[in-house]
Design a protein around this ligand. Sequence first.
Ligand code: BES
Ligand code: ZN
Ligand code: ZN
Length: 463
Amino acid sequence: MKLNLVETKVKSDVEIIIVQKETNLKDKKILKKLNFEGADESCVLLLEQQKIYVGCDNTSDGLRVAAAVGIRKLNETTFKTASIIANENLREIIEGLELGNYTFNKYKSKKKVQKEKTINIIVEHISQKEIDVFQETVNVSNSVNMVRDFVNTAPDDFYPKIMANEAIKIAKDNNLECKILGDKYFEANGMGSIAAVGRASRHKSKLIHLTYKPSGKIKKKIVLVGKGLTYDSGGLSLKPSDFMVTMKSDKSGGSAVLGMMDAIAKLNLPFEVHGIIGAVENMIGGDAFKPDDVLTAKNGKTIEVRNTDAEGRLVLADCLCYAQDEIEDIDYIMDFATLTGASVVGVGHYTTSIMGNNTELTWKVVQSALDSGELATTLPFNKYLRKTIKSKIADICNISSTRYGGAITAGIFLDEFIKDENKNKWVHCDIAGPAYVEEQWGYNPYGASGAGVRMTIEFLKNL
Ligand code: BES
Ligand code: ZN
Ligand code: ZN
């Protein structure tokens, strides 16, 4: 798909018309006959008039959905060019087109041959501002689609080494520093928690550390940490078969961090940003870590393992320690993880659960998410739930003594690895719900959505 930014109507095969409210539509009569009332996600193609009408609710995210519905309809036709009016909603329209046009065909032996479509996006006036919004939005959307590709890729084609290679590619492309660490480093630096989780896999664990430094003045220092479980079988606390399917998506947090680093560099944001990803495969075997094991993390805390399926927090614990030991004077530290099924149960498939000690900050992140078109809400910590991860024999336990509040107790577990000076700078984002959904929703496809990228870019842009 090729996007052109234009000021006036240029000749196009078909016009995509978004109907936000009952307006004086030219084709009112025929639309009525077709029962088109402009409802959200509704769409009709008027062949003779060469128009695609799409309905839209009265929200800015509705515009993204409408643009997505429009481009998908266009893709069902052989029309090659289309026009769409964006005016002051340029960002929403571009995101809707770019994110709605995404498909994942890697494993289809017969690829659909699709002639490239050209979309003329019409705005009243093109100034530098429109050009910037255009470039920026295309860049961020491309990063989101790259994340979707990573997450959708099968686990035997995307293991820790591959994730590290993708990081190296992104680093080369964007002039980032890239460090890849492994078992030797874990051993030498007391990172027994991350090391344990990957031990039974034939794929060696990797800790990926990307660094972006802006060309101009550095306004803030940001750390982004991602859970990159390229597969989560549950380990010896094996997942039931139905729950194991889709666990290739357990690398979504780490993949999102890769996408964020790509977007941040392309946007030239004025921050020093570190992207740290624990790329690990959680498998079974004679060498597997087990329930009853006691692990020691990089900060010296001991962890009683009572369930090997609560592995994400074990990987993140050491990644968070590493980040805070390596990077001084952090302004914000955010982590992204498909951490708990409890988050999905609690807030549903489409929403990210945001947690931390700093309520003002967590709500700020929620607001950024909503502004960017992602759904999010906060979940609150409390001292009673904190008590439920105490261990009788070690400092803490990797699961809670109660099954209630599982997203929060996982968040509180991570908090045990946040240094005092960073307590109020840290935000935990549980993206288990939206990262991977087995149905198309709005402008998101079946499978990976690329959750986390847009909300984080929005948060950073507002700092
Ligand atoms: N990766 C899973 C969480 C998950 C579940 C992500 C469903 C996406 C969809 C995580 O490692 C896990 O297995 N968590 C357990 C924790 C439990 C053992 C305390 C869970 O949520 O059941
Ligand atoms: Zn697990
Ligand atoms: Zn997991």
